[in-house]
Design a protein around this ligand. Structure first.
Ligand SMILES: *[C@@H]1O[C@H](CO)[C@@H](O)[C@H](O)[C@H]1NC(C)=O
Ligand SMILES: *[C@@H]1O[C@H](CO)[C@@H](O)[C@H](O)[C@H]1NC(C)=O
Length: 983
């Protein structure tokens, strides 16, 4: 059925005049207009982005549309790029070749990419950047060559990159500054250069350039530099400098001739720098009027001194001291850092901090002690009254006390995640009246103990996920009147109460994924307090209904603001149901996911409560069929996910009227044919995913294949990977390899044959009409006669009359005056005369036929008038048919001589042959038969009557009659017509 539609409903123009619908529908497939869509073999398109990521590609696809602005070819197997490989992408602005095997790029390979701005070649195997590799990239501003093996750079490699602003060539094998020089000389606008992780052994400004550069950021870290010399003011704009190598063995020599050469540097990272104290001091002095941020991570030597030196720089506000193995922070370590506002002490194995370690840091706003070994909130942090951000995450804090944060009244962010806190206290956050974000995720918290009942009036974001909560007691969040976002996923929450969420009137997002909430939890009406909630995630809980009957109290009845509800499950064997009014109250719901909730049925009214739904995911449920009614309330639906639903047909979409649908994901189902009907019912579809269905690779899918390739509006995701399931000899071959041309060729052939036959038929018909009109008339009458004959054959009563006299009424005087007395009176024949013997009231044609069939012979009295009379000639036709089938007629043509013919022609007047020509049959008969002529018998009338008597005497013997019957029984209409045409 569906396949029939696919075959006949194809679009296209069979552009000849409508002859018959049969012809048209056959032809439609043959003339498909050529079109170029945006179906891509290995990529997908999202807006103007072509995404070909991670497809094991060895070549650059040639079907990227020229309208693409971004091309992502990352994580493929491309090895080598030639000039012919990337062409016709005139407006491409970003090309991502990250993580391929590229070892060679031909010169001019990218020359066609005149608009390219960003090129990512990170993580490839380039060793040599040859002449002109980047030719043509005049608009390139960003080039990433990170993590290759680049050792050699040709002088002209970078010559086109005059607009480059950012160059990352870190983690390569550059050994000399000279190779940097070859790059930088072409890039007057370069703003940021990252040369980290190469093999540079020395840095001499005169080897790099002899003019000043525009660089603002330079990263030279992780090079085995042993010599750093700047002899000229080549970095007048440098603000960020990173230098130092944690792996270096020998100290580096620092020689900056003029202390003003680095006078702009405000951010300095000397992590891992191995240098004599005097040199480091010189370095810090060089930046002492501008430095704001200093990182000294993984330092080997002199940390204490360096802290003291740097903290004396009055402009310094941010100090980063990570991974220095500090362990213990004493009260004098930071005592000079009075201007510091941001201090990072991560990854230092700190387990002890002296009470007044931060006492002198009166301006401290941000303190991070993350990733240390603290077992409690250190005394050192308890009195930092100006602190606004405190990060104690990733420590070993087990318990928290009422005094821990009570003085931190200016705290805005507190991070306690990934510790071992097992219980909170109601006084814990007493004074944190400004706190906006609280991270408590991944602890061992079992009880909230009223910590949020009355405090934290400004808290907006709270993470409690990954703890051990089992119940949310009534009023537990009562104080969090400003809370917007609450994460509770990954707990063991099973118990909810009617008042669990009371107080969270401003909450917008609630995540309860991966808990143990059951249907009973929902029945408490706990969610009704969340009147402003926008997003509720209940994925992976234990919600299970026994039937789909309407609930008396619906769980989300008051959530009229909710826009997104997620209830996917993770269990595989349970069978569940969705109550028909489960979604009642969610009048503004836009997105709903019920993935894998083990329902096998959805009531048609399920979505009637959610008329604004835009995205619906009901995939991974064994629904088997879907009905159009289920979707009919969803007139605004834009995205539909029905993968893995076991459905066998998409026909429900035809009547579902989803005219706004833009996205359809229907993978892993069971349809074999996608019809035009279905696709045409989705006029705004932009993206469709039919992967892993059991496609049948025959002409039933010809329309779909053609549409896939040519659709300009809808992208068929991953179409090239669709596999055939039927017929058997195509199994596991690719659907798109199926040659639909064979379908159109077949149809083309049918078209050809039918069109040709039609034309021939018309030609033959018009020729025949023109040249054989009279034969055709005869054929027509003969055919009619044959029909009468077969009609009559059953009522062949024994002949009533010896002869039927056929004449024109003008000749009646002769018939009455001469013929009748002679034949009936003298010779004693019984004659049938129409004026005398025809049954009144019977149709004239029946009378004629009956008369002829009940007479042994028919005598035609022929005159000019007789020939002109229409029904007379019909008499001749009928009678001559009987004669035509007489066996003697078939055996020999001696009809009249042997007097076996039924037809006896009597000419009353001489009629010249030319006058007979319109009466074709008559002429034919006259050629074959002898006839009697009255005018010629004028001399011897007796001979005339005697001849007539003899003609009437010859009877049709019984054998002949039965043969005639047998013949008329077995001769079909066609042979009649044919024999008559030949006749
Ligand atoms: C580049 O084009 C050549 C010649 O057309 C082809 O052999 C090669 O595979 C292409 N390489 C890539 C990476 O597309
Ligand atoms: C190159 O960039 C300039 C300035 O951003 C722009 O005006 C020009 O159109 C770009 N050229 C091309 C070919 O895109």
């Amino acid at each position: 059925m569906a396949s029939e539609e696919a075959r006949t409903k194809s679009t296209g123009g069979c552009r000849f005049p409508t002859i018959s619908t049969v012809f048209l529908s056959l032809c439609m497939i043959c003339f498909l207009p050529p079109a170029s869509g945006f179906f891509l073999r290995s990529c997908r398109i999202s807006k103007t982005n072509a995404i070909c990521k991670g497809n094991n590609l060895k070549t650059i696809p040639q079907d990227i549309p020229p309208t693409a602005t971004n091309l992502d070819l990352s994580k493929n197997l491309i090895e080598n790029i030639q000039a012919s490989n990337v062409t016709n992408l005139p407006i491409l602005s970003s090309l991502n070749l990250f993580h391929n095997n590229i070892s060679q790029i031909e010169s001019d390979a990218f020359a066609g990419l005149i608009s390219l701005q960003c090129l990512d070649l990170n993580h490839n195997k380039l060793i040599h950047l040859g002449d002109g590799v980047f030719n043509g990239l005049r608009n390139l501003t960003e080039l990433r060559l990170n993590t290759n093996g680049i050792k050699v750079v040709s002088p002209t490699a970078f010559q086109s990159l005059t607009r480059l602003k950012y160059l990352d060539i870190s983690h390569n094998k550059l050994e000399t500054i000279a190779s940097l020089r070859l790059m930088l000389q072409h890039m007057p606008q370069l703003h940021e250069l990252v040369v980290k992780g190469n093999s540079l052994k020395s840095f001499h400004s005169w080897e790099l350039t002899n003019r000043s550069l525009s660089l603002a950021t330079l990263d030279l870290s992780r090079n085995p530099l042993n010599d750093f010399r700047i002899a000229a003011d080549i970095f007048p704009n440098l603000t960020c400098l990173t230098i130092g190598d944690p792996l270096s063995k020998a100290p580096m020599i620092w020689d900056v001739r003029d202390k003003t050469f680095l006078k702009q540097v405000s951010s300095l990272d000397i992590s891992g720098l191995n240098m004599a104290l005097a040199d480091t001091d010189a370095l810090l002095q060089a930046v002492n009027s501008s430095l704001k941020s200093l990182s000294m991570n993984s330092m080997k030597l002199n940390l204490r001194e360096l802290v003291n030196i740097s903290c004396s720089i009055p402009t310094m506000s941010k100090l980063e001291l990570q991974s220095n193995n500090l362990k213990f922070i004493s009260s004098d370590f930071l005592k000079l850092c009075i201007n510091i506002t941001e201090l990072h002490l991560e990854k230092n194995f700190v387990n002890k901090i002296q009470k007044d370690a931060f006492a002198s840091l009166q301006r401290l706003r941000t303190l991070s002690l993350s990733h240390n070994r603290l077992s409690s909130v250190p005394n050192g942090t308890k009195n930092l009254q100006s602190l606004s951000k405190l990060d104690l995450s990733y420590n070993r804090i087990k318990t928290v006390g009422c005094q821990d944060f009570s003085n931190l009244t200016k705290l805005v962010e507190l991070n306690l995640q990934n510790n071992s806190i097992s219980a909170l206290k109601d006084c814990l956050f007493n004074n944190l009246v400004r706190l906006q974000a609280l991270a408590l995720q991944f602890n061992q918290i079992k009880h909230l103990k009223g910590a949020f009942k009355t405090h934290l009036p400004k808290l907006q974001i709270m993470h409690l996920n990954g703890n051990k909560l089992t119940a949310l007691l009534p009023g537990e969040f009562g104080g969090l009147e400003s809370l917007l976002n609450l994460s509770l996923h990954g707990n063991e929450i099973a118990k909810l109460f009617n008042e669990s969420f009371v107080g969270l009137t401003n909450l917008l997002k609630l995540d309860l994924t991966s808990n143990q909430i059951t249907r009973q939890g929902l029945d408490t009406g706990a969610f009704n307090a969340l009147t402003n909630l926008l997003r509720l995630d209940l994925s992976i809980n234990h919600i299970k209904y026994e039937d789909s009957m309407a609930l008396r109290e619906t769980p989300f009845g008051k959530l009229s603001s909710l826009e997104e509800l997620l209830i996917p499950s993770q269990h595989y064997r349970l069978k569940s149901h969705l109550p028909v009014n489960f979604l009642q109250g969610l009048t503004n719901l836009l997105r709903f996911s019920a993935r894998n909730i083990q329902v096998i049925y959805l009531d048609k009214d399920t979505f009637k409560y959610t008329p604004r739904l835009e995205k619906l995911d009901i995939s991974s449920n064994d629904l088997g069929t879907l009905s159009a009614e289920l979707f009919s309330p969803l007139q605004t639906l834009k995205s539909l996910y029905i993968s893995r639903t076991q459905i066998r047909s998409l026909d429900f979409l035809i009547d579902a009227n989803l005219t706004k649908l833009e996205f359809l994901q229907a993978r892993l189902n069971q349809y074999s044919v996608i019809t035009e009907h279905v696709m045409n019912s989705l006029p705004f579809l932009q993206y469709v995913d039919f992967e892993n269905n059991s496609f049948s690779c025959d002409c039933d899918n010809a329309w779909f294949l053609n549409w896939t390739i040519n659709s300009k509006q809808t992208q068929v995701a991953n179409a090239y990977n669709f596999l055939c399931n039927y017929p058997d000899d195509f199994k596991d071959k690719k659907l798109l390899d199926f040659a639909i041309t064979s379908c159109s060729q077949d149809n083309g052939f049918i078209c050809f044959v039918s069109t040709t036959s039609m034309i021939l038929f018309v030609m033959v018909a018009s020729f025949s009409y023109h040249f054989m009109r009279w034969q055709l008339y005869s054929a027509y009458y003969l055919f009619l006669s044959w029909l009468f004959d077969t009609k009559q054959k059953n009522k062949q009563a024994p002949c009533q009359y010896d002869a039927f006299i056929s004449y024109n009424y003008h000749d009646e005087p002769w018939v009455i005056g001469e013929l009748l007395p002679k034949l009936e009176g003298e010779q004693g024949w019984r004659l049938c005369l129409h004026h005398r013997d025809f049954e009144p009231g019977k149709p004239i044609i029946d009378n004629i036929t009956d008369a002829i069939y009940s007479s042994r012979k028919t005598i035609c009295v022929i005159s000019r008038r007789y020939l002109e009379s229409e029904w007379c000639s019909r008499e001749v036709q009928t009678a001559s048919l009987v004669s035509a089938f007489s066996p003697s007629r078939l055996h020999s043509f001696r009809l009249f001589d042997e007097q076996e013919d039924v037809l006896i022609l009597v000419f009353l007047e001489d009629i010249p042959t030319y006058l007979l020509s319109p009466y074709h049959r008559m002429r034919k008969l006259l050629k074959k038969q002898t006839y009697l002529s009255w005018p010629r018998a004028a001399d011897q009338p007796e001979v005339f009557w005697e001849k007539l008597r003899k003609a009437l005497q010859t009877g049709n013997d019984p054998f002949l009659i039965s043969t005639i019957r047998w013949l008329s029984d077995h001769i079909n209409a066609c042979t009649v017509v044919l024999s008559i045409m030949l006749f």
